[in-house]
Design a protein around this ligand. Structure first.
Ligand code: ADP
Ligand code: MG
Length: 254
């Protein structure tokens, strides 16, 4: 059982409850979209699952309790995430970035020196993320979309079983979004994928299931069609005062 099972997750900052008793079950092989207005608690939920903030309740992955574990132990349990801003090593090439991600246990010198061969896991990841031709390109010169793909590749070479992606297609062109959607579809066949997203078109095209967060709570859950037909979701997006252009776009389309 390698699904994610969140029960009664609560995260408070100085008395402000950002995540308020969230229950969330994501089965292996799902491609779950986590949506909701700005400030709904989406990023905080992922922060709690990955150990960056302290939460109460229970977060299990593959049956193992994660709450209370260190960030590093959680990462070693097969859980990886991306952030809203890419965190690749800009000076290093695509290949070197993947190599470092793959190289836990190898010395820095071994990882950084020019290699003759590319390890199988790295070659496969390069192919999956569509960057084989850019292997020797410095990551800093990649297009925005390619950087996000490289980050996803860095999770793949670590053989992460659960990927938590925070707004991976923000700032991408339509073509890059489509390519990212196809990439996530492929990845989710073997792994559990949770995508935080604002873009409703992207969600409609690629989500297998959707959870809507609002004010730290689960407002609605189901298929894209079920969630869109839910009057509570329409109320939050139409009746409230969502902050930011992305949320405004969501209003027009929900
Ligand atoms: P989302 O990702 O859904 O836009 P966040 O999880 O980033 O929302 O934030 C949820 C709420 O928690 C917001 O009101 C935000 O201001 C608050 N928050 C997030 N992180 C912190 C923090 N470190 N300290 C205090 N408040 C925070
Ligand atoms: Mg966020």
């Amino acid at each position: 059982m390698s699904g994610l099972d969140v029960r009664g997750l609560t995260v408070a900052f100085d008395g402000f409850t950002a995540v308020d008793g969230v229950d969330l079950r994501v089965d292996s092989g799902d491609l779950r979209f986590l949506i909701g207005p700005n400030g709904a608690g989406k990023t905080t939920l992922v922060d709690a699952v990955t150990g960056l903030v302290r939460g109460r309740g229970s977060v299990r992955f593959g049956g193992t309790e994660l709450l209370g574990r260190s960030v590093h132990r959680i990462a070693r349990s097969g859980i990886g995430r991306t952030f809203q801003t890419a965190t690749v090593f800009e000076e290093l090439t695509v290949l070197q970035n993947l190599d470092i991600a793959a190289g836990a246990g190898r010395g820095a010198w071994t990882m950084l020196r020019r290699r003759r061969g590319v390890p199988g896991s790295v070659a496969r990841a390069l192919e999956t993320i569509g960057l084989s031709d850019a292997a020797d390109t410095p990551a800093g010169t990649l297009a925005h979309g390619q950087k996000q793909w490289l980050e996803i590749g860095m999770l793949l070479v670590q053989d992460v079983r659960l990927l938590l992606l925070d707004e991976p297609v923000a700032g991408m062109s339509h073509e890059e979004r489509q390519a990212t959607g196809e990439l996530l579809r492929g990845i989710s066949r073997e792994r559990t994928v949770v995508v935080i997203e604002h873009d409703m078109d992207f969600m409609r095209s690629f989500a297998r299931s959707v959870t809507v967060l609002h004010a730290g709570r689960v407002l609605s859950e189901g298929t894209v069609a079920e969630v869109q037909a839910d009057p509570r979701v329409q109320e939050v997006y139409l009746g409230g005062a969502p902050a930011g252009a992305a949320a405004d776009a969501a209003v027009q389309e929900v």
